[in-house]
Design a protein around this ligand. Structure first.
Ligand code: MD6
Ligand code: FE
Length: 213
């Protein structure tokens, strides 16, 4: 990314020159986003996917958009079909797509057209270990991540597991955008602490908007 053309600096918390947190960016859309998540989950329910090693991913997941991220015994991949319903994933909601495009643009990534949204739901003690997002076809596209509900500690590492990890709290409404040379950085979230958010309850919802293919 050549020169982030960021909004008010007071609302921006940088991980690096290519990755940042837009603090409270989605707050004014929160009820609309949560209603939309519920609508998606009515069609394609949250579930715990299995990994190739046979374990279950502890965060509950669903998807919307043309492609959904899935994991099962044969591996990780994107698929147009929800294996639970054997139907297409719910359509990409306009509010997700426009929010992602606007956030990416504000972070210096122009014309981001997402076509996949993975929705993760965490409850107390559930986290996600360090991983890379590398099942997409083209790593030149950024990823936009929206946090709703109970705060969590987000871990942002390097391109190898050995590198030092930065930790930052992600609160309700915070939006993370990253890409460019950071696109394949290891990252994860610490186990969710006990807490209750007035709109979301004892949980955290994370939307990650990507261009899968
Ligand atoms: C989470 N996020 O925030 C997990 N991946 O719950 C991710 O794994 C993630 O936030 C790629 C890009 C942004 C993310
Ligand atoms: Fe990820």
């Amino acid at each position: 990314m050549k020169g982030m053309k960021v909004l008010k600096n007071s609302n921006v918390d940088k991980f690096s020159d290519h990755s940042l947190i837009l603090r409270h960016y989605a707050n004014d859309l929160d009820s609309q986003l949560l209603n939309t998540v519920n609508h998606v989950a009515e069609q394609s329910a949250f579930r715990n996917m299995q990994t190739p090693s046979g374990r279950f991913i502890r965060a509950a997941m669903t998807n919307c958009g043309k492609y959904g991220w899935i994991s099962d015994k044969s591996g990780y991949r994107y698929d147009k079909t929800d294996p639970k319903t054997n139907k297409s994933w719910p359509e990409m909601p306009e509010v997700f797509k426009t929010l992602a495009k606007r956030a990416a643009n504000d972070a210096g990534y122009n014309n981001f057209e997402s076509n996949a949204c993975l929705i993760n739901r965490y409850t107390e003690k559930i986290g996600m270990s360090l991983h890379q997002d590398k099942d997409e076809n083209d790593f030149t596209h950024p990823i936009v991540s929206v946090s709703l509900g109970v705060s969590i500690i987000f871990l942002f590492g390097g391109l190898t597991r050995k590198e030092k990890v930065m930790a930052k709290e992600l609160k309700h409404g915070d939006v993370v955008v990253w890409g460019g040379p950071d696109r394949l950085r290891f990252h994860g979230v610490r186990p969710l602490k006990r807490g209750v958010h007035p709109l979301v309850g004892a949980a955290r919802i994370n939307l990650t908007l990507r261009r899968a293919s």
